[in-house]
Design a protein around this ligand. Structure first.
Ligand SMILES: [Zn+2]
Ligand SMILES: [Zn+2]
Length: 213
């Protein structure tokens, strides 16, 4: 499986714009292309997708982690150029979109082959659980429910190999001891400490990063 960071507070590839927010593309052999979150601005999202060679109309599924603008801001822009993608929204966001299949997520479930949601945790946010060749990988938007709660929910699907996404103010670093891949993105406040504690398994996040799993 492959995760490509499209939208992040930082950019690591030339030509890509950095902006407060998060979005990534998830692709796999038996997995339809999934856009997870849409960043804060449709024009920046579409600009970065173009630079990365990602055609918005090839996306089959759009999943929103939670209702904050820095994850939903680009949704309208991508829906204008993509006519058929299904939407998976946490129940707390849960508005309907004309002409679209919208699935409102409350509980953990399978979205498609090898892709699961933790369900909406603490009434605010869902994270993705990917079954990859290396183990279970978590993709989180802002981690408002807490990285610990998200890892607990994800571990029901298998041994957690890694986590990618915004960790917010997370500082209970021991929770990361057993992971092999740590990729703190977006709103993570303690990026430097995490890198110092886990130099061998930390990956610097930014728009343009591609993780092969
Ligand atoms: Zn948020
Ligand atoms: Zn955020």
């Amino acid at each position: 499986m492959r995760i490509t960071i499209i939208y992040d507070n930082e950019a690591i590839e030339q030509g890509l714009k950095a902006d407060w927010g998060f979005s990534c593309l998830i692709e796999g052999q038996n997995t339809p292309p999934i856009l997870f979150d849409t960043g804060g601005s449709g024009s920046i999202l579409l600009h970065n997708m173009k630079e990365l060679g990602i055609s918005p109309d090839t996306i089959d599924i759009i999943i929103i982690s939670h209702g904050h603008f820095d994850h939903t801001g680009g949704l309208q822009g991508v829906l204008e150029v993509n006519q058929d993608a299904e939407l998976y929204l946490p129940a707390s966001v849960g508005h309907s979109v004309t002409g679209r299949k919208v699935v409102k997520i409350k509980d953990a479930c399978e979205i498609c082959e090898n892709v699961f949601t933790t369900g909406q945790l603490k009434g605010i946010e869902q994270s993705l659980v990917l079954k990859t060749g290396k183990g279970v990988v978590v993709v989180a938007g802002c981690s408002h429910p807490g990285v610990g709660s998200i890892l607990n929910a994800a571990s029901k699907f298998g041994t957690v190999y890694g986590i990618v996404g915004g960790f917010h103010g997370f500082s209970d670093f021991e929770r990361l001891n057993d992971l092999s891949l740590i990729c703190p993105c977006h709103c993570t406040q303690h990026k430097r400490e995490i890198k110092q504690l886990f130099p061998d398994k930390s990956v610097d996040c930014g728009a343009g990063l591609v993780l092969e799993l």
